[in-house]
Write a protein of this length. Structure first.
Length: 277
């Protein structure tokens, strides 16, 4: 029950972040959105660290890996928010579910993790799911879909780096350097397109910054209170939920093939994380 409540918080956070991104699309440059997210995140995480009374959390033992991880994460965020403004929300979320697929491949290539039969099945199911979602030759193919797929690859690279960092760095330290490294990137890239947000745009920017942190916070606690297979299954509910949001708020259609493709990717993820008792 606790895991369900934490995942509910994560699902709501992801949907709020997507709504904020859609509302700001065309009015605020994507780099400025990322800048605002980093500023808000840095303030909140710094306050939490000071509250814990552990200033050592501001220090890292692996600065180069922190920087490399956040370069990929920054590019991934850019592609995700770009897709939010150009594609139906459900398609963005469906394509984002390819991240575990890319993580398996990258871990096998760069961390020399063994590519087992179970992982191969997961990759095969995920690949079929991607083909169904993209529907080559159909009307759903959109160059923006490639941005989101690229974002998923970048997220996978950042997850692999996070896995390596987690052996020596605390979660709060990783979060702090995520905001610290990405803030100057957002500032530099948004300088030529910077606009003063309206009061309503400030609301959406703040919502994005806070929901990004709450999503990570809720997911972390869900992982602590339930098995990975349970969390992965509950996370799948993001797709129908954002589909309803897209239809209700933006009049978007929901293609059943998105659900079928994402279900195959879910099956692949469950095959990979399943552990016989």
């Amino acid at each position: 029950m606790r895991a369900f409540l934490w995942m509910t918080g994560a699902l709501v956070s992801f949907c709020l972040m997507a709504i904020g991104g859609r509302e700001l699309a065309g009015g605020i440059n994507t780099f400025q959105i990322l800048l605002s997210r980093s500023v808000i995140g840095l303030l909140v995480v710094s306050a939490v660290i000071w509250r814990t009374g552990k200033p050592e959390l501001f220090r890292t033992q692996r600065l180069k890996l922190q920087v490399g991880r956040n370069l990929f994460h920054f590019v991934g965020q850019y592609g995700w928010f770009l897709g939010i403004g150009l594609l139906p929300l459900a398609q963005v979320f469906a394509l984002e579910f390819t991240t575990p697929l890319w993580t398996l491949l990258i871990a096998a290539l760069f961390l020399k993790e063994k590519l087992t039969t179970r992982k191969a099945v997961a990759i095969a199911l995920g690949s079929i799911g991607v083909v169904l979602i993209l529907n080559p030759g159909g009307d759903i193919v959109n160059p923006a879909a490639l941005y989101v797929l690229g974002a998923a690859v970048c997220y996978a690279l950042s997850y692999v780096a996070t896995k390596a960092l987690s052996t020596t760095e605390a979660p709060l330290t990783i979060l702090f350097y995520m905001c610290l490294v990405q803030l100057p990137l957002g500032l530099l890239l948004s300088a030529s397109h910077f606009v003063v947000p309206t009061p309503l745009q400030w609301v959406w920017l703040t919502l994005i910054g806070l929901s990004a942190l709450s999503a990570h916070f809720c997911l972390t606690h869900a992982m602590k209170t339930a098995e990975v297979s349970v969390v992965v299954t509950l996370d799948f509910l993001r797709l129908p939920l954002i589909g309803v949001v897209g239809m209700a708020l933006y009049g978007e259609g929901f293609k059943p093939m998105l659900l079928v493709g994402a279900a195959l990717m879910l099956g692949g993820n469950l095959v990979n994380v399943y552990k016989p008792r």
